[in-house]
Design a protein around this ligand. Structure first.
Ligand code: UDP
Length: 518
């Protein structure tokens, strides 16, 4: 049946970058395409990344019709330790090496597309690649198919990331603040929002040599898909379209469907099972224990603290954060990893925290420390969780906003500082605590920010109201319905389909009206 469908309707090849924060939204997009269109989907990645993706899927997903294709990659050929296929737990210098090594995937991707073309008698409809795989634009063109970028970030953050790399605007001034091409003057950026390696980039370093080349290639693609929602980032989408001069489709949020339901009908236990599949990770504390802890606190009272899948903070920051959390007297659930300078996968040492800290907060039920990995979706969707101290990675941002949860920002790298800036200045759902791993933070400031965000009225109350409005917009965007009635993200997916089918009319394809998997 699937073969017949792919022969009659077409095939899409998807190429995620080698990082968990990219693999998960790619898989979610693959599912969305399978649900909303009749196309065959092949998702291609290296062996260990495919193993990770398989560990995140449930037996129900076997029926999804997504084909997983293995791309050969030997990390030791590129000066990386054996079995290094993902940014997880890699030091920064080796992440740079992995970026460059990823270009070697061009040859096996070319073979994959040629084989599909030979088997099906025509090339795939398009290749959807991570924005870090600019080389795929040339491969697609050479093999007669369309190339589509998929940015796993939001529109505003993607534009800032792209423009800062392509223009290095901070290098033309000594000032702390500078303007970025593509943004109006009022949106000036600050040097502290740039990661050290972008601040120091001068076009000859390994980072510039990768990003300037790979990102630029995507300016000649056929369009961009974006894991965001038109209504929550109107400025970002307007600016990104003007800058790219290409179609940009807002098809997000790519979070699990139960996160977008009004009130989840699923019991805590079944929710945590679905989450375990979603992350494919071992939790530091069982999901049940996290839910019990949250259940012992009142609505909107607990701060959730997590810096994403691979970050940690400096030893002095960790100490001040702990003191500030305890002195706030407010409950918290903290996903904690060894601080910078220590083996992030190693054993957690009590001396990294104030003496007796964990015992005290555990006994008083003020805090729960979860080593390394927590069931984030369960935590964010629990009614006791009231705010998220986050590194503002885009997946965490979407997950938090899908629950109407205000954010205390602590951006670290990538486009995270731009996400935080957008959420502070445009959305009004975030207050920034600090930036990066080099900053000095004071416990007093931690306490002050938590108190502000947790206020029922005042600034905290206003942020919560705005976050709730964003949540509603996200839910509307994926609302099923007839052509006129359906949400903007579903309409955007239809428009994307028309583009890859080469249809310039506004007519609707009969298969767009049915959810072919329902
Ligand atoms: N995550 C999780 N538990 C953790 C830490 C992270 O489930 O303890 C998940 C989180 O829900 C999100 C992803 O990991 O889906 C992190 O992605 P994000 O884009 O926020 O940050 P990145 O890891 O790419 O920096």
């Amino acid at each position: 049946m699937d073969d017949l469908k792919s022969q009659s309707h077409g095939h899409i090849v998807m190429l995620p970058f080698m990082a968990h924060g990219h693999l998960i939204p790619f898989l979610a997009l693959a599912h969305r395409i399978r649900r909303q269109t009749p196309f065959a989907v092949t998702l291609a990645a290296t062996t260990l990344n495919l193993r990770y993706l398989r560990s995140t899927t449930s037996p129900d997903d076997d029926d999804s019709g997504i084909r997983l294709h293995e791309l050969p990659f030997r990390s030791s050929d590129h000066g990386l330790p054996p079995d290094t296929e993902n940014t997880e737990n890699l030091p920064l210098s080796q992440i740079g090496t992995l970026f460059h090594a990823s270009i070697s995937l061009a040859a096996p991707v070319e073979r994959l597309i040629s084989n599909i073309t030979a088997e099906e008698g025509r090339p795939p409809l398009c290749v959807i690649s991570d924005v870090f795989f600019g080389w795929s634009v040339d491969v697609a063109r050479k093999l007669g198919t369309k190339s589509i970028a998929f940015t796993t970030g939001g529109a505003y953050g993607t534009l800032a990331y792209l423009s800062v790399w392509l223009h290095l605007p901070h290098r033309s001034t000594d000032a702390e603040e500078f303007s970025v091409p593509g943004f109006p003057e009022r949106c000036r950026f600050h040097r502290s929002q740039l990661h050290r390696f972008i601040r120091e980039a001068d076009t000859t370093d390994q980072w510039s040599k990768f990003f300037q080349v790979q990102l630029k290639l995507f300016l000649a693609s056929d369009g961009w898909l974006c894991n965001s929602v038109e209504e929550i980032e109107p400025l970002g989408f307007d600016l990104l379209r003007k800058y790219l001069k290409l179609p940009v489709w807002a098809i997000g949020p790519l979070v699990p469907p139960h996160m977008l339901q009004k009130s989840s009908p699923i019991s805590p236990n079944s929710r945590s099972k679905s989450l375990q599949k979603h992350t494919g990770k071992v939790f530091g504390v069982s999901p049940e224990k996290c839910l019990d802890f949250l259940g012992s606190h009142s609505p909107n009272s607990v701060s959730y603290i997590s810096f994403g899948s691979q970050n940690t903070i400096s030893p002095s920051q960790m100490m001040q954060l702990a003191i500030g959390l305890e002195s706030s007297g407010k409950p918290f659930l903290w996903v904690i990893r060894p601080p910078l300078g220590f083996d992030i996968k190693g054993e957690f040492q009590p001396e990294w925290l104030p003496p007796g800290f964990e015992d005290r907060v555990t006994r008083s039920k003020q805090g729960l420390l979860v080593r390394n990995w927590a069931p984030q979706l369960d935590i964010l969707s629990h009614s006791s969780t009231g705010a998220f101290l986050s590194h503002c990675g885009w997946n965490s941002t979407m997950e938090s906003l899908s629950q109407g949860m205000p954010i205390m920002g602590w951006p670290m790298t990538g486009e995270q500082a731009y996400n935080a800036k957008m959420m502070v200045e445009e959305m009004g759902v975030c207050v920034e605590l600090t930036r990066g791993v080099e900053s000095q933070i004071e416990a007093e400031e931690v306490k002050r920010v938590i108190e502000t965000v947790m206020e029922e009225e005042g600034k905290g109350g206003e942020m919560r109201k705005r976050a709730t409005a964003v949540m509603e917009q996200m839910r509307q965007a994926v609302k099923e319905g007839s052509d006129d009635d359906k949400g903007s993200s579903l309409k955007a997916m239809d428009e994307f389909v028309r583009t890859i089918l080469g249809d310039s009319t506004n007519g609707t394809f009969s298969f767009l009206q049915v959810n072919h998997r329902s």
